[in-house]
Design a binder for this molecule. Structure first.
Ligand SMILES: *[C@@H]1O[C@H](CO)[C@@H](O)[C@H](O)[C@H]1NC(C)=O
Ligand SMILES: *[C@@H]1O[C@H](CO)[C@@H](O)[C@H](O)[C@H]1NC(C)=O
Ligand SMILES: *[C@@H]1O[C@H](CO)[C@@H](O)[C@H](O)[C@H]1NC(C)=O
Ligand SMILES: *[C@@H]1O[C@H](CO)[C@@H](O)[C@H](O)[C@H]1NC(C)=O
Ligand SMILES: *[C@@H]1O[C@H](CO)[C@@H](O)[C@H](O)[C@H]1NC(C)=O
Ligand SMILES: *[C@@H]1O[C@H](CO)[C@@H](O)[C@H](O)[C@H]1NC(C)=O
Length: 276
């Protein structure tokens, strides 16, 4: 054993090519390429953990052994033609440097070193929906998209001819505000989170529906008192400013919505969507 370790160390020092990086997703399978030449008829394949030369999978004299190390029990498969090693059901502990030593039928040797990184798949984004209204058949809908993952960007896709008033993006997520009326149903808002070459989406279908009238205990408030409600102030200020700027250019729907915004605006239902 000791001699083997020394021999492997010398071989690695002499023959290891530049470190190749391979990335896999947690719970998925990943294949570490041996990079043996296509013409090589492999007679020996030895995969080991680079840092301490522990063998994890070997092929010698036509015999394969992929049950050498407890951490990988039942999770390895070796392609004895190509020398490639597949690790199944990746765990975070698998992220380290690997080394493969190869020998062909002519007695030639080569070695290769691979750095494996394990990353988590991008999760579905979350969409928080707030519907204001309806008043005179119109609703304002505010949708906020966020992600539990770091460093993602967002895009929105909206089906149906809905007027999008704002689309703002900040460090934590992306929001859109749109107008719906009670005759529109099936409006679909899809938020896609994007990270490098990965993306994941969630869709919601907010409705502008007539809800039962308020319970008698909720006595009507004076306009002054109503203005103190944070959400009314927020939507009033934000939408009011934007609307006054854009209403000039839009048709009757915006005018109806504007009238509604100036009217008795209050949140009707507020829900955080978790399933898409
Ligand atoms: C991973 O490998 C196992 C065993 O070969 C297979 O059943 C499974 O479908 C593979 N998973 C993926 C995501 O390719
Ligand atoms: C590869 O090598 C083995 C063992 O030396 C031999 O039996 C086999 O015929 C060779 N195959 C090819 C395609 O050269
Ligand atoms: C070699 O490294 C692996 C991973 O770090 C570890 O689990 C294993 O116990 C080490 N083996 C020896 C003989 O030190
Ligand atoms: C080994 O890899 C080659 C090339 O990718 C493939 O054609 C062959 O089916 C694989 N063999 C096994 C046993 O998976
Ligand atoms: C609702 O919106 C649709 C599409 O913009 C429009 O055709 C319809 O007239 C609107 N209905 C009301 C009551 O505003
Ligand atoms: C999301 O990924 C899929 C598959 O990789 C790709 O076809 C699609 O264009 C991507 N969408 C966005 C918005 O990047």
């Amino acid at each position: 054993m000791r001699l083997q370790v020394i021999w492997i160390t010398i071989l690695q020092a002499a023959m290891v090519k530049s470190l190749k990086e391979v990335s896999g997703y947690l719970g998925d399978n990943v294949t570490l390429p041996s990079e043996a030449g296509a013409s090589w008829n492999l007679s020996k394949i030895e995969w080991s953990i680079f840092t301490n030369n522990t063998w994890i999978a070997t092929y010698r004299n036509g015999r394969e052994n992929i049950e050498r190390f407890h951490q990988y029990k039942g999770r390895l498969s070796l392609n004895t033609t190509t020398g490639d090693l597949t690790i199944h059901n990746l765990s975070r502990k698998d992220a380290m440097d690997y080394s493969v030593d190869l020998e062909n039928a002519e007695g030639q040797n080569t070695a290769n070193k691979i750095k494996l990184t394990v990353t988590e798949r991008l999760q579905k984004p979350n969409i928080e929906v707030t519907v204001y209204g309806p008043t005179e058949g119109n609703c304002a809908v505010r949708l906020r998209c966020s992600s539990d993952d770091q460093g993602v960007n967002f895009t929105w896709r909206v089906k149906l001819p809905i007027v999008i008033v704002t689309n703002t993006q900040d460090h934590y997520g992306s929001s859109v505000v749109a107008f719906l009326n009670t005759t529109q149903s099936g409006a679909e808002f899809t938020c896609t989170s994007i990270r490098q070459n990965e993306n994941n989406s969630r869709s919601v279908f907010p409705e502008c529906s007539v809800k039962p009238p308020p319970t008698p205990t909720a006595s009507p408030l004076s306009p002054e008192k109503r203005c103190r409600y944070g959400v009314t102030v927020f939507v009033g200020v934000i939408l009011g400013c934007l609307l006054s700027a854009v209403m000039f250019f839009f048709g009757d729907q915006i005018k109806a919505a504007w009238k509604f915004i100036k009217g008795n605006l209050r949140p009707l239902h507020n829900s955080a969507e978790t399933e898409g």
